[in-house]
Design a protein around this ligand. Structure first.
Ligand code: ZN
Length: 152
């Protein structure tokens, strides 16, 4: 039995809730290890002090509260890859934002281009309509209808 194993048996030794074989092994270690013997003596003093302390009843529901806490999941430390991903979450958010802005800009530019084309078609249609209104064929030749590549 090493020192840590021996210290782990202190409570069992003092409460006399230890198997005979384990007790004799721990007592053998205490006889040959001065450090553990000193630590065990301190533990014995503490147990005696606690034994003399005034006993107070636990508050109502104390056992239930303790059992509930024991049943609840312990808080877990984040794994290294979880801590590592936190800056990557921000990087991903920024990348998504940039992508959304780029797509929006392209959509706006495309919309403006479509509006210009619509305007040009409307203007062209108005010119064609004005041609239909003219009765004199010589006047038609003077109208600027070949701006969009159209000729009469
Ligand atoms: Zn020891």
């Amino acid at each position: 039995m090493n020192c840590q194993e021996c210290k782990d048996q202190f409570d069992a030794l003092l409460s006399r809730q230890i198997a005979a074989e384990r007790r004799s092994t721990a007592e053998a270690h205490l006889r040959q290890c001065a450090a553990c013997a000193r630590a065990f003596a301190e533990e014995q003093k503490l147990w005696k002090l606690l034994g003399r302390a005034e006993k107070r009843p636990a508050s109502l529901g104390f056992a239930d509260r303790v059992l509930r806490q024991l049943d609840s999941k312990p808080a877990r430390e984040p794994r290294w890859w979880e801590a590592w991903t936190i800056p990557w979450r921000w990087a991903t958010a920024v990348a998504v934002l940039v992508a959304v802005l780029a797509v929006s800009s392209i959509a706006i530019l495309r919309h403006q281009q479509i509006e210009k084309e619509k305007q040009a078609r409307a203007t062209h249609f108005e010119q064609l309509f004005s041609v239909a209104q003219v009765d004199d064929p010589d006047l038609i030749l003077l109208l600027p209808l070949d701006q969009n590549g159209d000729t009469l």
